[in-house]
Design a protein around this ligand. Structure first.
Ligand SMILES: *Cc1c(COP(=O)(O)O)cnc(C)c1O
Length: 392
């Protein structure tokens, strides 16, 4: 095609594995293995002198379709899918890091990722330095001769702090290191880290790609040469995505751009409404126009802030818990990116394992509430928050 297709078209038409039955929807190849026509054929497939499928841990047509479609949305050459977002992060890190290497990571991390780094990656002899999400000079000072990778997620959870991807990519490449970005909070509907120099964009497909709270999945996208190396790791470690989940996630991807845009607009409206409520001390949302990082948000996130925002209510934990206990529409759960809006208390859930001092240092306070805005009618959500704040 001489015409370059819009991501909305790619999300629906980007790739497909077609059988001779002429099915219209992507077929679900729910099979663990594939047959060979002859013994010679089997030998050729295993020797990789012939292209084809052998076993679904290694490759599967439904999973390949999913990988190719998300890679197109991320503007990457290729993608490798995994069973969960955490498996994608593990694969992106451990394919390239060896004992004796050094990793620099933002301090503002999803809780399980922080646990993966400090509890597991570190015990394999990989040194880790944690630095500020936003202060590039801290990253510069942390560089060592053995630094192999820079890792972060942007915007951060739950406060929406934005990292400068172009500056960090330049720093990484000047030092022969890879920049790996967790793109979960924005999704490729809003942000494409590879466009700003990241080497790998990683995400949990469980969030915006599914968007309907059904299945777990993950994917890493980037240059083909890097993805092929990660694919070998995923195959050996058995981190592969199931074909059923890939098929479900493909349906999710088809509507992702529309959902995410609508959810982002609703999140902005709610953030601006919250700013006017007397019980609210502070609203954290990267999409607010007065955000000091608004230029970066325009550049990296197409001006959108994502579906997740946080706000601090006066009165600490008791007041935050009251709001959470009084909402009638929002689901009390820590997941996000779903069509169902959710509400949670970071201090005691997602960030519960951090010490109180570390939480305060990260600006996560007892009165902080995090919501993920779904696709319910936005004025109903505002009504729900209003009655919960009023508390009658
Ligand atoms: C949810 C999440 C993950 C982990 O994804 P799973 O699919 O739950 O394994 C990783 N990073 C971020 C930022 C997340 O929000």
């Amino acid at each position: 095609m001489s015409h370059s297709l819009h991501p909305q078209t790619l999300a629906i038409r980007g790739s497909k594995a077609q059988t001779h039955y002429n099915e219209h929807h992507q077929a679900l190849f729910l099979t663990s293995s594939f047959m060979f026509d002859t013994a010679e054929d089997g030998a050729a497939l295993f020797a990789k002198t012939k292209q084809g499928f052998t076993y679904s841990r290694t490759a599967n047509p439904t999973v390949s379709t999913f990988q190719s479609r998300i890679a197109q949305l991320e503007n990457g050459e290729a993608g490798i899918a995994t069973a969960t977002g955490m498996a994608a992060i593990q694969a992106a890190l451990l394919t390239f890091l060896n004992a004796g290497d050094h990793l620099i990571s933002s301090r503002s991390l999803f809780g399980t990722t922080a646990g993966l780094l400090t509890g597991h990656i570190a015990r394999f002899g990989i040194d880790i330095t944690f630095v500020s999400q936003t202060d590039v000079s801290e990253w510069e000072k942390a560089i060592r001769p053995n630094t192999k990778m820079l890792f972060l997620e942007t915007p951060s959870n739950p406060l929406g702090e934005v990292a400068d991807l172009e500056k960090l990519a330049k720093l990484a490449h000047e030092n022969h290191a890879l920049l790996v970005v967790d793109n979960c909070f924005c999704s490729p509907a809003v942000q494409r880290p590879l466009d700003f120099g990241a080497d790998l964009s990683v995400q949990s497909a469980t969030k915006a790609i599914d968007g309907q709270g059904r299945v777990l999945g993950g994917i890493v996208c980037g240059k083909n040469e890097l993805i092929q190396q990660i694919a070998l790791y995923v195959n050996s470690m058995g981190l592969s995505l199931s074909p059923f989940n890939a098929w479900t996630l493909l349906s999710g991807a088809e509507t992702m751009l529309l959902r995410v845009r609508e959810q982002n607009q609703a999140a902005l409206k709610i953030a601006q409404w919250l700013q006017q409520q007397p019980q609210i001390q502070q609203v954290y949302y990267s999409g607010l126009p007065e955000n000091p990082q608004a230029d970066l948000v325009r550049k990296q996130q197409n001006g959108y802030g994502g579906a997740v925002l946080a706000f601090e209510v006066a009165g600490g934990q008791a007041a935050a818990w009251q709001v959470i206990d009084r909402v009638q529409i929002f689901s009390k759960t820590a997941n996000f990116g779903d069509v169902r809006s959710t509400i949670t208390h970071p201090w005691t859930t997602t960030h519960g394992r951090m010490s109180p001092d570390d939480k305060h240092a990260a600006n996560i306070r007892e009165g902080l509430v995090r919501i993920s805005v779904g696709l319910e009618y936005v004025d109903d959500l505002i009504w729900d928050l209003a009655q919960a704040l009023k508390g009658e």
